[in-house]
Design a protein around this ligand. Structure first.
Ligand SMILES: *Cc1c(COP(=O)(O)O)cnc(C)c1O
Length: 360
C-alpha cells in the first residue's frame, strides 16, 4: 500500500491514524460484533459514540454551555437557506459580507427568503483582501450578519472576527478546527464536514440557544434548528458513520495533535513555507494580500499557464493528487487542511522548486 499526498479541497484528506482505527473497528466495533454502520442510531453503543464526539468537539472549540451543537445533513449549501429560515422569523434584513464564490451563493439563497443587504464587499479589490471592520455598513434592522471566514476557492481568509451588534453567522466550512476561535462571538457557526472535520454527509451547526426561537413560521420539521436541538440531532436517522468518523478526528485532534493551539501552529508553519516558496520566484504567483492569505487553501498560478497541464501531470505522476484549481477559476490550488501532514507540504515545495528550475 502506498498512500499519496492528497491536496483535495473536499472531500479532503483524513488523518491516516483515523482511517487505521476505523479499519480496525470496521467489522467489530469494540467487541459488540457489528460495525458502526450497522448499529441502530438509538442503541446505547451509537448514543455513546455520538455523545463522546460532541463532548470532544465542545472541549476542542471550548463551546460555551449556552450553545447547541447540531449534527445535520445537506451540506453547507443547505445552510445557506436554513439560516434565513431559522433566523429571519422576526423580520429584518439579512446582512452579508461578500468575499468570494461561497458567500455569493449564501447571498443568493438568502434573497429567496428575506430582504438582503450587502454590508461590505471585496469586489473592489478583486477579492484579494477582506473588508476591514470600519468598512462594514450593517443595516439598522439587520437580523444577522453573515460572512465566510475562509473562501475555499479564492484562498481568502479573514484575519479578524467582525464586530456586530446583531447575531454573527459564519460559514466555517473550510477553516473550522484549523485554529482556536472564540465561539462566544458568534450566533451561528456552520460547516460541511468534508474539509476539516470528517467524511461528506455530515454538516455541523453550532447555534446560540436564544436564537432557536427566531424561526419563520411553518418551517418543514427537518429544516428547523429547533427540531435538531430538542432531539439531540436524532429526530430522524443521522449520518451515523460520518458522525462516528468525525468523532475519531476530534479524538485525534485532542490526543495525537494536542489541541487547536498546536494544530494552528502546525498549520501556520505549513502555509508560511508554501507561500514563501510561491513568492521566492517569478514562476509561481498568489494574488492575495498577505494578511488574508488562507492557511488552508493555497491557490497559485504559473507565469506561463500553458505549462499548467504539464505541471498537473508531473505532479500526479510524482504522487501529488488534486492540485488543479477549482473548475471556475483554473490554475492550481493546494488544500492543506489539518490532515495534510507537514511532510506532504515539504515534498510539494521540493517538487515545485524542481519543476520551476526545469521549465522556468
Ligand atoms: C465546500 C464549501 C461549501 C459547500 O459545501 P457543501 O457541503 O458541498 O454544500 C460552502 N462553503 C464553503 C466555505 C465551502 O468550502
Amino acid at each position: 500500500m502506498s498512500r499519496k499526498f492528497n491536496f483535495c479541497a473536499g472531500p479532503a484528506a483524513l488523518p491516516e491514524a483515523v482511517l487505521q482505527r476505523a479499519q480496525q473497528e470496521m467489522l467489530d466495533w469494540q467487541g459488540k460484533g457489528l460495525s458502526v454502520m450497522e448499529m441502530s442510531h438509538r442503541s446505547q453503543e451509537f448514543v455513546s459514540i455520538a455523545e463522546q464526539a460532541e463532548a470532544d468537539l465542545r472541549e476542542l472549540m471550548q463551546i460555551p454551555a449556552n450553545y447547541k451543537v447540531l449534527f445535520m445533513q445537506g451540506g453547507a449549501s443547505s445552510q445557506f437557506a436554513m439560516l434565513p429560515m431559522n433566523l429571519g422569523g422576526k423580520g429584518g434584513t439579512a446582512n452579508y459580507i461578500y468575499t468570494g464564490i461561497w458567500g455569493k451563493k449564501a447571498i443568493a439563497e438568502g434573497q429567496r427568503f428575506l430582504p438582503t443587504h450587502l454590508a461590505a464587499s471585496s469586489e473592489g479589490n478583486g477579492l484579494t483582501a477582506v473588508p476591514r471592520q470600519q468598512d462594514l455598513l450593517i443595516s439598522q434592522d439587520a437580523c444577522y450578519l453573515h460572512y465566510t471566514s475562509n473562501e475555499t476557492i479564492g484562498g481568502l481568509e479573514f484575519d479578524y472576527i467582525p464586530e456586530a451588534s446583531v447575531p454573527l453567522v459564519c460559514d466555517m466550512s473550510s477553516d473550522i478546527l484549523s485554529a482556536p476561535v472564540d465561539v462566544s462571538r458568534f450566533g451561528v457557526i456552520y460547516a460541511g464536514a468534508q474539509k476539516n472535520i470528517g467524511p461528506a454527509g455530515l454538516t455541523l451547526v453550532i447555534v446560540r440557544e436564544d436564537l432557536l426561537d427566531q424561526a419563520q413560521e411553518g418551517l418543514p420539521t427537518m429544516f428547523s434548528y429547533k427540531t435538531f436541538a430538542e432531539n439531540s440531532s436524532m429526530y430522524n436517522t443521522p449520518p451515523t458513520f460520518a458522525w462516528y468518523l468525525s468523532g475519531l478526528v476530534f479524538d485525534w485532534l485532542k490526543n495525537d495533535i494536542g489541541g487547536l493551539d498546536k494544530m494552528a501552529e502546525i498549520n501556520r508553519r505549513k502555509a508560511s513555507k508554501l507561500y514563501s516558496a510561491i513568492d521566492s520566484n517569478d514562476f509561481y504567483a498568489n494574488p492575495i494580500q498577505p494578511q488574508n492569505r488562507s492557511i488552508m487553501n493555497v491557490p497559485f498560478t504559473l507565469a506561463d499557464s500553458s505549462l499548467d497541464k504539464l505541471f498537473l501531470q508531473e505532479a500526479e505522476a510524482a504522487g501529488f493528487l488534486n492540485l488543479a484549481g477549482h473548475r471556475s477559476v483554473g490554475g492550481m490550488r493546494a488544500s492543506i487542511y489539518n490532515a495534510v501532514p507537514e511532510e506532504a507540504v515539504d515534498a510539494l515545495i521540493e517538487f515545485m522548486n524542481a519543476f520551476a528550475k526545469n521549465r522556468g
